[in-house]
Design a protein around this ligand. Sequence first.
Ligand code: IMP
Length: 191
Amino acid sequence: MKLVFATHNKNKFHEVKSMMPDHIELLSLDDIDCFDDIPETEDTIEGNALLKARFIKENYNIDCFADDTGLEVEALDNAPGVYSARYAGPDCKAEDNILKLLTEMDQIGNRKARFMTAISLSIDDQEHMFLGICTGMIIEKPRGSMGFGYDPIFQPNGFESTFSEMSLEQKSEIGHRGKAIQKLIAFLSGV
Ligand code: IMP
């Protein structure tokens, strides 16, 4: 089965492809010659995931799924949430977002946070939604060199390492996107 993962993010594509069983041939947006800037204008991660999957289905007429992820920090009323990508401003880098978050959390004792991923699947003219959550805490200084985004400052509950100090396999097993992808795979495998 051919399925497009509607992302331009090579890190995410690699992470998700490594989890896919053999019967699913995962295609990237490059593989279908899609270089569009897909809109992310909704105010929920579920809404953005749906918007992106519909965009690909409508413009390229191929089965696909899209994801959207938000980092929710309890002490910041769940910010940055759906605005995680542009927390420090439009076109900002991951380091800018990390710096802004650590600055906002200076002097804040409650470090509880969670990542939430929504995956919207568009297949055979039907739409399905899968969610994955990973709870943890925001540490005070970035640690580790792997992963991307907020990984260096997020330590999942029950672990001493940040996501940036974990292998891809371990992050996929316990992480938000991995959990949502596992639900997607179970659905596609008819479990
Ligand atoms: P998007 O939904 O993939 O666009 O991600 C929104 C924001 O969250 C971006 O700033 C990403 O870098 C960040 N992000 C998404 N997934 C992860 C992750 O697994 N670890 C760390 N940051 C992430």
